[in-house]
Structures are given as structure tokens and as C-alpha cells.
Design a protein around this ligand. Structure first.
Ligand code: ZN
Length: 583
């Protein structure tokens, strides 16, 4: 056996770290002298058993146990640049800092019931096989900065009493944090290339996920006791927060959700701020809001559903606030980075190249076109600079439009039971919201849609199932269908709609008066007059006007016009009152 000294040096370590693209500088190298050398007894090829690439695992383990005893007298445990075979480190108490910087774990590695009573530095380590930490406790800071995990990783029952750093770490396979607790956690530029799960985990203090990349991610039964910030992070696959509690502020700033986002059974005890984030599709269900929450300048590209979101108390407010995007480049980038199929799907909503969405974003507004609300109460929601989608509603020559919510489109496109009652309720809830906030013009818009739903509820139109109706279908669905008559003519709501757009259009109401005056002028000119006087056009017009406004009436035709006039005047009165009344 060669009795020389191991040549593993600081330079060799740094070269090895550079090859692995580990970020520089690493904390683990802070106190390492420039001329640091291993100098342990050589085992093979000029290296000690710890730094040799190939070794007998049994011999390694025995040597490692001896090394632990030896290092017990030093001021720290120095495992810098070790190359570990399959290893299991069980029940050891490290009462001084432990430094694994740059180590390579060639085989499966397990830490079981290990106590790190001081700092534990794993900076720039490479874990080539499955890695497990079971019930380890970390009383000092723990750093996995720039680590590479090439196989599954399991952190089970871990207690991080101080800071835990995962900055710049790359997880190639699945990673689970189960039944663990963090103090401050930092995940900066962390790359989760596969699924990551946090289950039954507590973040006891401020934690950061900045500019991190996620694939599938699940936070299940996680309690955030400190502020939690996700800033500039990208979520390339489904991310779910299920049954989580946010005791402090939650900040999703400039995040990009390329797939679905789910928040289900969540309590936001302090502010929850989603700012300048972009959503592909999202579901917020059973959410309790105890403080002011914001969707500020966020854009919802695909179906975004709010189901049963409640204020937890009187302070619970949910805001949707539009404004001009600070990071327009990020917006374009998001659209370009989308998967082709996803993009095509969304372009069906927004037009080629998202033209419609861009137009709204350029106005500094949030589009509500794909956002659906199904909540019993929305009085705690505020809408500022949002734009609702609109739908044409034509009455004779008048081209009007009304607000249409995403749910109505879904119901129309779907093939199942068309629950117009539910849709009417959604519009009612939104109308009440706008009325309470003194925005009566918009409230009126919701009212029109609410009444439209009630009218359609009387006799729902037939399911068209996407095919073009034939001539016979058209006849069958219209004049031959009792429902069509009721829906469009023979119901008080239908009449109310055509007379004044449910009391919301004084223009329409006035138009009817104008038409009636002209009609009766025309009738007077062509019907034989009772008195046999000559018929003069201006005289007939004057008589028609007088009769309609109840000022004069001698003949049957005057009386008929007076009755109609009374109805139409009442109709106009209602419409004007709606518009002018101080509320
Ligand atoms: Zn060595």
C-alpha cells in the first residue's frame, strides 16, 4: 500500500464544482484556505479512500466510522469532496459544523435520525442515486445550494430549526418533503424538473421561492406561518395547493402558470397578492379570505374558476385591479413559450396571436372573458379596470350588447342541462356587487343579462349540438315551437325586453312612443273619421300626439292610442327613472 498523502486539493474541488455548473461562491468554501489539501493516507491512485473514485464500500464505511471518531476532536466535520458509495448514516449526532461541500454520492444515500447540532453544508453536492433523509434534525443552518439530485429525493420528518437553503439546486426526479418543518426556507433559482410535493409541512418563518422553475407541484396540508413569496417563478405543469393555511402574507409576483393552478380549501389569513402574474387556467375553490387580497394586473388566458370563495370576516376583500403591465416583454414571452396545442386552444378564445387579449391588456385592463364566478355572495369583491365580455343583442333596428359571463358560454356550448336559473343567479350576484359599489350603469348591464336568463328559463332554446340547423329545423324550432313563442313574444318578460330592454333602455322606450305616434297618424289618415272632417297630415300627427299623452281624445282610435300611450309612457318613465334616479 502506498503510504503517501492524498493530493485532493481546493483547486481540484473547484474544478470539479465548475464541471457540475455549481454556482460560485459557495458558503462551504468560505473558510477553506487556498492551499488546503486533504493529506489523508493514500488508498488508491494518490487519493485517500474518501476521495478515490472507486472503492470497496465496506472498507469505506469502516474508514468513515474511524474518521468520525478522529474528527470528534476537531472544530468541524470536514467531508469536503468525499465520494460516497451506497451509504447509510444512522443515529449520529454532529455537535459541530458538518461540511459535505462538493461531495458526490455515487450510490443510494440515507441519513436516518441524524442530528446536525450545528451547520450542515451540502453545497454543490451531487446525489446520483435515490436520496433519503429520515427524521434528521437541523439545529444550525442547512445548505443544499447548487446541489444536483439526479434521482428521487425524500425528505421525511425533517426539522430545519434555522435557515434551509436550496438555492440553485436541480432536482431531476421526484422530490418529496413530508411531515417536515422549515424555519426560513430559500428556494432561489431552484429547478424542479420533475414532481415536487410538500405534504404535512410547516414553514414557520418567511420563505422564498424566487425565480424557481416547477414542473408538477403539490402543496398538501401545508401551513405557512411566515410570509411566503413566489416571485418570477414559472410553473410548467399543474400546481396545486390543497388544504393549506397561509397565516401571513402570500405573494405571487410575476409568476407564470403555463398549466393549471388549483387552490382548494385554502385560508388566507393575511394579504394574498397575485401581481402581474399570468394564468393559463386556474381553479380557486372553497377559499376563505380574512384580509385584503389582490389580483393586480394579472391576466387570465384560459378558464379561471372561482367557486365558493368567502370572506372569512368583515376585512376579507377580494380585488381585481387592472393597470398597465410593467413587464410587457414577459407577457409576450409567456404567449410565445406556450405549448402549441395549448396556444391554439386559447387562440380560439382570443383570436389569432391573442389580438383581442392584447387590445385589452394595452388598455391597462383585466379581461374577465374566461373568468367564471360561482359564489353565493360577491359583495366582498371589487372590480377596478376590468373588462367583461359582451354579446350582441339585437332588437329591431337597435344594435345593443350586454355583458356575458364565461359560465353562460360554457352552458351554451355544453350539451347537458341548461341551468339558466344558476346563470341568472350569477348575474344577480354581480349586479348586487356593482350596485353596492355605486356603479349603476354596469349594474344595469348585468341586470339585462340576468333578465335574459330568466326569459330563457321560461322555455330553454333547443340544443343545437354544433351542427348547422336545416331549413326544417329552423321552422320546427321557431314558429312551430310553443317555447319559441313564449320565449320571444308571449311572456311578460319577452314583452318587457322588446319594449325597453327590461327597463334599461330609454332609447328603446322612446322609440316605441315615436313609432306609435306615427302609426296612429297613419291610421287616422286611412280610417274613415267619425266626424267626417278632412284628413290633414299635420292635424292627424297633432291628434296622435295629444291622444298618446292623454291630452285629448274623442274617438275610439284616440282611446285605443291613449291606452297604448299610457303603457308606453309608463315604460319610458321606468327606463328614465333607472337612469336618473339617485341611489
Ligand atoms: Zn483525500
Amino acid at each position: 500500500m502506498n503510504m503517501g498523502k492524498c493530493t485532493f486539493s481546493r483547486d481540484e474541488l473547484i474544478r470539479s464544482l465548475q464541471q457540475r455548473d455549481a454556482p460560485q461562491p459557495l458558503i462551504g468554501l468560505n473558510n477553506l484556505p487556498h492551499d488546503w489539501k486533504c493529506s489523508r493516507r493514500v488508498y488508491r491512485n494518490g487519493k485517500c479512500i474518501f476521495h478515490a473514485e472507486h472503492k470497496d464500500p465496506k472498507k469505506f464505511n469502516n474508514a468513515f466510522i474511524r474518521e468520525l471518531k478522529l474528527l470528534a476532536n476537531h472544530d468541524r466535520y470536514d467531508f469536503i469532496g468525499f465520494i460516497f458509495p451506497n451509504s447509510e448514516i444512522v443515529g449520529i449526532k454532529f455537535d459541530k459544523p458538518v461540511n459535505f461541500t462538493g461531495s458526490i454520492f455515487n450510490g443510494e444515500i440515507r441519513f436516518v435520525n441524524v442530528e446536525f447540532q450545528d451547520a450542515a453544508i451540502f453545497d454543490g453536492c451531487e446525489f446520483q442515486k435515490a436520496t433519503r433523509l429520515d427524521n434528521t434534525s437541523h439545529e444550525g443552518m442547512t445548505s443544499f445550494v447548487g446541489c444536483v439530485f439526479k434521482d428521487d429525493v425524500q425528505f421525511n420528518g425533517i426539522k430545519f430549526e434555522r435557515k434551509a437553503l436550496f438555492n440553485g439546486a436541480n432536482f431531476y426526479k421526484k422530490v418529496n418533503f413530508i411531515n417536515s418543518s422549515f424555519n426560513n426556507a430559500e428556494f432561489l433559482f431552484t429547478n424542479f424538473k420533475n414532481r415536487v410535493e410538500f405534504r404535512n409541512t410547516i414553514f414557520r418563518n418567511q420563505s422564498l421561492f424566487l425565480d424557481s422553475l416547477f414542473n408538477d407541484a403539490l402543496f398538501y396540508k401545508v401551513i405557512f406561518k411566515g410570509n411566503i413569496t413566489f416571485q418570477g417563478s414559472k410553473f410548467f405543469n399543474e400546481i396545486s395547493f390543497i388544504n393549506c393555511k397561509f397565516k401571513r402574507g402570500v405573494y405571487f409576483n410575476s409568476c407564470k402558470f403555463y398549466h393549471g393552478l388549483t387552490f382548494w380549501l385554502i385560508s388566507f389569513y393575511k394579504e394574498a397578492i397575485f401581481s402581474e402574474s399570468l394564468f393559463n387556467s386556474a381553479l380557486f375553490g372553497y377559499i376563505y379570505i380574512y384580509d385584503v387580497s389582490f389580483f393586480e394586473n394579472c391576466h387570465f388566458l384560459g378558464p379561471t374558476k372561482f367557486r365558493y370563495v368567502f370572506p372569512g370576516n368583515r376585512e376579507g376583500i377580494l380585488n381585481f385591479i387592472g393597470g398597465h403591465l410593467k413587464n410587457r416583454f414577459g407577457f409576450e414571452q409567456f404567449l410565445n413559450e406556450m405549448e402549441t396545442t395549448k396556444r391554439q386552444e386559447l387562440e380560439r378564445i382570443w383570436g389569432i396571436n391573442f389580438e383581442q387579449l392584447k387590445a385589452i391588456v394595452n388598455k391597462g385592463r383585466i379581461s374577465m372573458k374566461t373568468v367564471s364566478f360561482d359564489m353565493p355572495d360577491m359583495t366582498f369583491v371589487r372590480f377596478v379596470n376590468v373588462e367583461w365580455d359582451r354579446k350582441r343583442i339585437g332588437i329591431g333596428p337597435l344594435r345593443l350588447d350586454r355583458i356575458v359571463v364565461y359560465d353562460e358560454k360554457l352552458v351554451e356550448e355544453g350539451e347537458g342541462h341548461r341551468d339558466y336559473e344558476r346563470l341568472a343567479h350569477i348575474y344577480w350576484v354581480l349586479r348586487r356587487n356593482y350596485e353596492r359599489n355605486g356603479r349603476y350603469a354596469e349594474a344595469g348591464d348585468f341586470y339585462i343579462s340576468e333578465m335574459e336568463m330568466r326569459r330563457l328559463q321560461i322555455a330553454p332554446p333547443p340544443l343545437r349540438k354544433g351542427r348547422r340547423p336545416t331549413f326544417w329545423d329552423t321552422i320546427r324550432w321557431t314558429v312551430l315551437s310553443w317555447g319559441w313563442w313564449r320565449r320571444n313574444l308571449l311572456s311578460p318578460l319577452a314583452i318587457y325586453k322588446y319594449l325597453s330592454l327590461y327597463g334599461e333602455s330609454y332609447v328603446l322606450a322612446s322609440l316605441w312612443i315615436f313609432i306609435t305616434v306615427l302609426l296612429f297618424t297613419f291610421l287616422r289618415a286611412h280610417l274613415p273619421s267619425q266626424g267626417g272632417q278632412p284628413t290633414d297630415l299635420l292635424d292627424n300627427l297633432a291628434r296622435s300626439i295629444f291622444a298618446l299623452f292623454q291630452l285629448r281624445g274623442e274617438e275610439t282610435i284616440d282611446n285605443i292610442e291613449r291606452i297604448i300611450g299610457a303603457i308606453l309612457a309608463g315604460n319610458l318613465f321606468i327606463a328614465l327613472r333607472r337612469r336618473l334616479q339617485r341611489r
